[in-house]
Design a protein around this ligand. Sequence first.
Ligand SMILES: [Zn+2]
Length: 264
Amino acid sequence: MIFGFLTERRRGKIRARPFPEDWRKTIERYVAFFTRLSGKDQAELLGHVQVFLSEKTFEGCGGLELTNEILVTIAAQACLLLLHRKTDYFPRLETILVYPSTFIVEHKQPVQDHVWGEGKEARLGETARQMGTMVLAWDAVRAGAADAADGKNLVLHEFAHQLDYENYAADGVPGLATRAQQLSWREVMRNEFGLLRAADDTGIPTLIDTYGATNAAEFFAVSVEAFFEQPRALRAEHPKLYRELQDYFKQDPTEFSVEKSRRY
Ligand SMILES: [Zn+2]
């Protein structure tokens, strides 16, 4: 990886600190997937949460006062995307702005300078590649954390964009280890994106959110939501897509999913 020995040593020390008991209780209470993880994965996740919180800046906006509950609920969900991988900590992201609830933006209207909406009416969150800033609505963060199987998770969605940005392009292709993996990824994603676009055009119900038909970057982000929240259905209906995501994330969410039945 790009980061150096000193960074890794500092992070190792932070991960090794005892995890505050009240933070852990908050995560157990608000982040539904957490208690389904193995003990080993829980420990790894909590270590990542400590590094994440030490490196990212949070700002409460729109009158929202930041609490530990807000910080750890965001961090725990974001860090699910880091488990099992030799990974950096969303290096393009510096600041997370948290609003109390859904904010409305006009199409292509800046929320702040250089922070752009995703082109839909009411935005729950967004992330801007150049500015190192992410905007999240706390009510949507909390709802996403509470239901681990509805296929919707704002934090996973926005941080999937950050993974996409790690190699600088917002193209739906995160940093992949090998050339073979890149080729396979591009082919599978192109096919699956085409299928979603066709389904969206004809109005056929889909497992994957048709917001993903917007572009390749959104397709990746909604696929990540489906991968972690409805893994059995995704694996059954889109086995190649599932395999690419499983290879990248080095996780099989069917092992901890609370997914019951299809909801579309
Ligand atoms: Zn998006």
